[in-house]
Design a protein around this ligand. Structure first.
Ligand code: NAP
Length: 282
């Protein structure tokens, strides 16, 4: 299709800043692959103007928007209704509009499980060690609970935040001190970095991978860079590794369905497009 018509299906992503977001490329690739009369655009929205902006676009012809930092928590309070997942996680990354009503949802949780699917984890017989207790950790812990994970161990630099997460979401989880993380590594079938450590090549998350269980899987929510030191070390120790880009793709699929009423196509694959945008080798 050449351009879009006046009846095009429109959606977008809001954040501050939003210029780094890969979502327009991701959604644009799928729109093009399906030759849809549709568009997906980035909106830079300051926190101070978020309520006015949302009230305006909810009444427009936009089908909805994705939400990135720093608005994921605030939009939940501004929505008229919210899914159970968004409420329990305490954050939303997908808003859909119906008339002037805003519905909030969280697709980070299913996105994480979609990324892990090829690793074939038997959740009901597995222990997960989650490092971190921020917004991403809350979504990943929620996902692990919905998958029926047998045992959860949480650790965070600020222990109080991990305890709060357990109180809010996962009473069955155990909290260990941050300096004890290497001592529980050997109990985990799945090791999840949900901290910001390693982001943009800054201070990496270092673990003593020699203590890891054989056959364990390491996941990193960070995807800039793609090959973090955490994943490189885990791979070197023989673990199966899953990077955060697959979660980004996984969280976008339900959003695409909600905006455009179609399943995002598997082919042509979107991952090489995103790798190119990140300056990473395919
Ligand atoms: P957040 O709410 O700000 O939480 C940051 C987390 O990192 C907290 O647990 C914090 O610990 C920890 N942390 C930060 N600096 C640390 C340090 N120097 N040492 C130890 N721990 C440190 O951020 P978030 O939204 O949860 O995001 C976390 C990561 O997930 C980010 O890298 C983000 O890019 C990524 N993410 C990826 C996807 C995806 O689709 N792949 C989606 C969402 C988020 P304290 O509580 O002690 O400060």
């Amino acid at each position: 299709m050449n351009g879009i018509s006046g009846a095009a299906h429109l959606a977008g992503v809001i954040g501050s800043p939003v210029s780094h977001s890969l979502s327009p490329r991701l959604m644009g690739h799928w729109i093009q692959a399906l030759d849809l009369d549709a568009a997906y655009v980035p909106f830079a929205v300051e926190a101070s103007g978020l309520d006015v902006f949302l009230a305006g676009i909810a009444k427009s012809q936009l089908m909805g928007v994705n939400v990135t930092l720093p608005h994921k928590e605030k939009v939940l309070a501004l929505a008229d209704t919210a899914s159970d997942a968004a409420k329990r996680i305490g954050a939303a990354n997908l808003l859909t509009f119906d008339g002037d009503k805003i519905h909030a949802d969280n697709t980070d949780a299913p996105g994480f499980l979609a990324a892990l699917k090829p690793a074939n984890i038997k959740y009901r017989q597995s222990t997960a060690l989650v490092l971190g207790a921020g917004g991403a950790a809350r979504a990943l812990v929620y996902a692990l609970l919905t998958s029926g994970i047998s045992r959860l161990i949480l650790t965070n630099r600020s222990r109080g935040r991990a305890e709060q997460l357990v109180d809010d979401l996962a009473p069955m989880a155990a909290v260990v001190d941050w300096d004890q993380k290497d001592n529980v590594l050997g109990e985990a079938d799945l090791v999840v970095n949900a901290t910001a450590l390693g982001l943009n090549g800054d201070q990496p998350l270092k673990l003593d991978w020699s203590k890891a269980r054989s056959g364990a899987v390491a996941f990193d929510s960070v995807y800039t860079p793609l090959n973090t030191q955490y994943l490189a070390d885990a791979r070197k120790a023989g673990l199966t590794v899953v990077d955060g880009l697959d979660m980004l793709i996984g969280q976008a699929r339900p959003s695409f369905r909600a905006f455009y009423g179609r399943e995002a196509p598997i082919l042509p694959p979107v991952r090489p497009v995103l790798l190119k945008a990140l300056g990473e080798k395919a």
